[in-house]
Design a protein around this ligand. Structure first.
Ligand SMILES: [Zn+2]
Ligand SMILES: [Zn+2]
Length: 338
């Protein structure tokens, strides 16, 4: 089978690889119907996270089960499934508490930008849809594998409630879907931070009521102005830089929460500032598995269309073009179809 392999900075190749096999009796092999490039793949692609050896890429997937191991009970060949970037047993204490991305037996799922994929702990990790979905639903269902679940988690962590004013830092796919999540949770006002016209438009489509184009301290001042000096009730930090985290903290009112889901790169939080801010911080790698059943229902009922974040569709063998387009910010998110 063929799949995407990262050799070094900006060097993604689509090449013949060994087909994945059942290793543990709890594994499944799936054939992705759609996969994509993630903003977090760009940290590796740009060489910010150095890669020591040629590395199979991709962690967002949905598709058809090809084969299951001898101990898999609930997942069957031929079913359409969606899973998260962390495999989880869904039975340990952390999973039962809804934090499957901290599962005591968690494993990373890697190598999804390929014709076949091994998913460990299949019964705990994979969620099936009732029917095999139509092609139109594929992008939205795929987004649940990471970005939509992550945006949703950011809004949950920020304690978004009906009537609130919510600020969203970051206009990547996760930030845009954080806007959609906040809107679904009943936020009255949603301030999206973006200086890119197409992303501003999509943010408005998803429910943003205001756009802030400033950054850093100017963005904080602008948000305060818009809220009569109070600040946002809830803020979603969807970038992972120190500037974004500081901006999120300072944009939030005393008593408010910041939900942070950007993978931190050099984030430092001053203890004294946090102490006197009265702002609550919560986040981390999203327990996407917790949200999959509910979000699948919302997509299948036509309540949400998070697949709109894919503004570039390519055949899987042109995966390198998808990385390039996202690296140069010509695309928000690249969908790959076999
Ligand atoms: Zn991802
Ligand atoms: Zn677990």
């Amino acid at each position: 089978m063929r799949g995407a392999v990262l050799y070094g900075p900006r060097d993604v190749r689509f090449e013949e690889r060994e087909s994945p096999k059942i290793v543990e009796p709890t594994d499944a092999i799936i054939r992705p119907s759609a996969t994509c490039v993630c903003g977090s793949d760009l940290w590796d692609y740009r060489g910010i996270n150095p890669v020591a050896e040629p590395t199979p890429m991709g962690h967002e997937y949905c598709g058809i089960v090809e084969e299951v191991g001898g101990e898999v009970r609930n997942i069957k060949p031929g079913q359409f499934v969606i899973g998260s970037f962390f495999a989880s047993d869904n039975t340990c204490p952390h999973c039962r508490a809804g934090f499957q991305s901290s599962c005591q037996h968690r494993e990373s799922v890697r190598g999804a930008q390929a014709e076949l994929l091994r998913v460990p702990l299949a019964d705990g990790t994979l969620v099936t849809t009732l029917d095999r979905p139509s092609a139109e639903l594929l992008p939205s269902l795929l987004s649940l594998s990471d970005v939509m679940g992550t945006g949703w988690f950011a809004a949950v962590c920020a304690n978004v409630q009906p009537g609130m004013t919510v600020a969203v830092v970051g206009d990547g796919a996760v930030g845009l879907l954080g806007v959609l999540s906040a809107a679904r949770m009943g936020a009255e006002r949603i301030i999206a931070m973006s200086r890119h016209e197409p992303r501003q438009q999509l943010a408005r489509t998803f429910g943003a009521t205001d756009i802030v184009t400033e950054r850093g301290e100017e963005a904080v001042a602008r948000t305060k102005d818009m809220t009569h000096g109070v600040g946002a009730d809830a803020t979603l930090e969807c970038v992972g830089t120190s500037e974004a985290m500081t901006q999120a903290l300072r944009s939030t009112r005393p008593g408010g929460f910041v939900g942070y889901v950007g993978v931190p790169h050099g984030v430092n939080i001053a203890g004294e500032e946090l102490f006197y801010s009265h702002v609550g911080l919560r986040g981390g790698p999203a327990p996407v598995r917790r949200f999959l059943p509910g979000l699948i229902d919302q997509v299948c009922n036509g309540d949400i269309d998070p697949g709109k974040v894919f503004d570039l569709t390519l055949p899987l063998d042109r995966v390198a073009e998808g990385y390039r387009a996202m690296d140069e910010r010509r695309a928000i998110k690249a969908l790959l179809c076999p």
